[in-house]
Design a protein around this ligand. Structure first.
Ligand code: FAD
Length: 489
């Protein structure tokens, strides 16, 4: 039986990002992925929101995605566009890029760190004891790990076998999404009617067509077929346009569910395994990748014995409320896309409301995930929020904040008197950087904030401690809470 520190079930975007984060921290990790390659059923996510691009930038890999994607200057909510180009970030846009490409690029990054990805194999069973988890595989072999993370999607076997409840709401709408060919020219574009939203669009290459159609009834229990698609098209358009040659047909609903707990002992959940919701607003992949970036460094520290196991509790405490907001926003978005006269009137009002600066900025900060605020207590507005990617001047020249995070190591950034801090007992874990920054401090949706004199930045780019005056109160506590007790002198 091969021993690993961490085994990840599922090599979708969440599992791959987590594998990269753990490998970066020097943890011995392996991924088990059911699919033999990157082919997906359906095209799924269509791009990256601003904060996801930022977290990739924090690891120095954003360019790989930017080279292949296309920049769009707006986010959206239930078809209402939300301008984000005035947000104070280098990535004040949405990047259009299909999920298969996102996964391929992430896989390339993970591959550079020599993480074993066992493809074409499923996790079929596991059993945990006080010291670790035995993970049974579909090829008859097994792995032993200190921790098992279920990144195995909405129908997660890991979640079910761990006995973690998945409460939420049942579907009220059902949609088919497919890539097909049509023999007849259809009416291209988006159509709304009493049933819901439908669209027909040409794919980038060849004669293939992407179809989105709302079905007449919910509650299907079998996998969708070409016949289901044909019938749904006829109900909406009066014709199926000679639909044929599907390369994919999948079904999604507006069901929302969230894991009651993100951890049971040595088993954790991340991504769709922990939360599912309709794709409105394009949030699922972002939430999964950011779950991984929140969990990765914490799990690494626990595995290495730098931090106590209780650090893992902060993963759920921080990420569960974020996903709950995603579920709420997606539910509201689905409600607003109904096509009856009353809902149309409500959507028009929302559009007017979101045309105003303050509401637009607030919702756009949520949809772009730039407004995420982990509750780390009272204090400076930066506390628990993302650290902006400032251009710093250091004794070694100019440097971006995100460059300091490439290796996923925490940073104490001293913007006051050089040499003003001594963190020797944490020097093996935390970088201490003296720097100057002359510009203004501005946060998305919040605006200008008082310039701090020092900030403690976690590997995921969130601020764990801020000081705006000469006192150093709480620094030792913050260092201990997040990065473990001081090393013995
Ligand atoms: C139509 C549609 C459109 C979407 N659009 C967007 C969008 O625009 N933006 C956005 O952010 N999100 C979007 N999403 C959501 C996004 O696709 C998911 O949130 C995202 O894929 C979640 O990633 P994940 O890695 O957590 O799970 P998954 O992508 O589901 O990956 C789970 C992986 O685990 C593997 N697996 C499952 N069981 C096992 C097992 N027992 N053993 C080993 N491997 C296993 C699977 O093969 C899979 O590769 C969309 C989804 C759909 C359906």
């Amino acid at each position: 039986m091969t021993e690993r520190a961490v085994v990840i079930a599922g090599g979708g975007p969440t599992g791959l990002m987590l594998a990269g984060e753990l490998a970066l921290a020097g943890v011995d990790v392996a991924v088990v992925e059911r699919r033999a390659n990157h082919d997906l059923v359906g095209s799924r996510a269509g791009g990256l929101h601003a904060r996801t691009i930022e977290v990739l930038d924090q690891r120095g890999i954003a360019d790989r995605f930017l080279r292949e994607g296309q920049v769009a200057r707006v986010a959206w909510f239930s078809g209402i566009t939300l301008e984000i180009s005035d947000f104070p970030t280098r990535h004040n846009y949405v990047l259009a890029l299909w999920q298969a490409h996102i996964e391929r690029i992430l896989d390339g990054w993970v591959g550079e760190r020599a993480v074993p990805v066992y493809r074409g194999i499923e996790v079929t069973i596991f059993a945990q004891d006080a010291a670790g988890v035995d993970v049974g595989l579909s090829n008859g072999q097994s792995l032993r790990a200190k921790y098992l993370v279920g990144c195995d999607g909405g129908r997660s076997l890991i979640r079910k076998a761990a006995g973690i409840e998945f409460p939420g709401s049942d579907p009220t709408t059902s949609n088919l999404i497919a890539e097909v060919e049509l023999s007849e020219e259809p009416p291209w574009g988006i159509r709304r009617d009493a049933l819901g939203i439908h669209s027909l669009s040409r794919l980038e290459v060849g004669r293939r067509v992407r179809v989105l159609v709302t079905e007449q009834r919910v509650g299907h229990t079998t996998e969708p077929t070409l016949r289901d698609l044909s019938e749904a098209l006829i109900v909406v358009y009066g014709s199926d346009f000679g639909v044929h040659s599907p390369s994919s047909i999948s079904r999604f609903t507006d069901a929302t569910r969230q894991a009651a707990s993100y951890r049971n002992g040595r088993v954790l959940l991340a991504g769709d395994a922990a939360h599912v919701h309709p794709p409105d607003g394009g949030q699922g992949l972002q939430a999964g990748v950011q779950d991984a970036v929140n969990l990765g460094w914490k799990l690494a520290q626990v595995v290495k014995g730098t931090s106590p196991e209780s650090l893992l509790d902060t993963y759920q405490a921080e990420r569960q409320p974020v996903a709950a907001r995603v579920l709420r926003n997606a539910t509201a978005s689905v409600a607003l896309r109904r096509a009856d006269e009353r809902t149309k009137a409500l959507r028009d009002m929302m559009a007017e409301f979101l045309g105003m600066d303050e509401p637009r900025k607030r919702l756009a900060a949520e949809m772009s995930n730039l407004g995420i605020h982990y509750d780390l207590g009272q204090g400076h507005p930066l506390l628990g929020r993302r650290m902006p990617d400032l251009d710093l001047v250091t004794p070694n020249g100019q440097l971006r904040v995100f460059t300091l995070l490439h290796e996923a190591r925490p940073v104490l950034l001293n913007l006051g008197e050089p040499g003003g801090f001594d963190i020797t007992p944490w020097a093996d874990r935390v970088q201490l950087i003296d720097a100057k920054y002359a510009g203004t401090w501005e946060l998305p949706a919040i605006g200008a904030v008082t310039a701090p004199t020092a900030v403690l930045i976690r590997p995921d780019g969130y601020v764990a401690w801020v000081v705006g005056d000469l006192t150093r109160a709480g620094l030792a506590d913050a260092l201990t809470t997040w990065f473990g007790p001081p090393a013995a002198a």
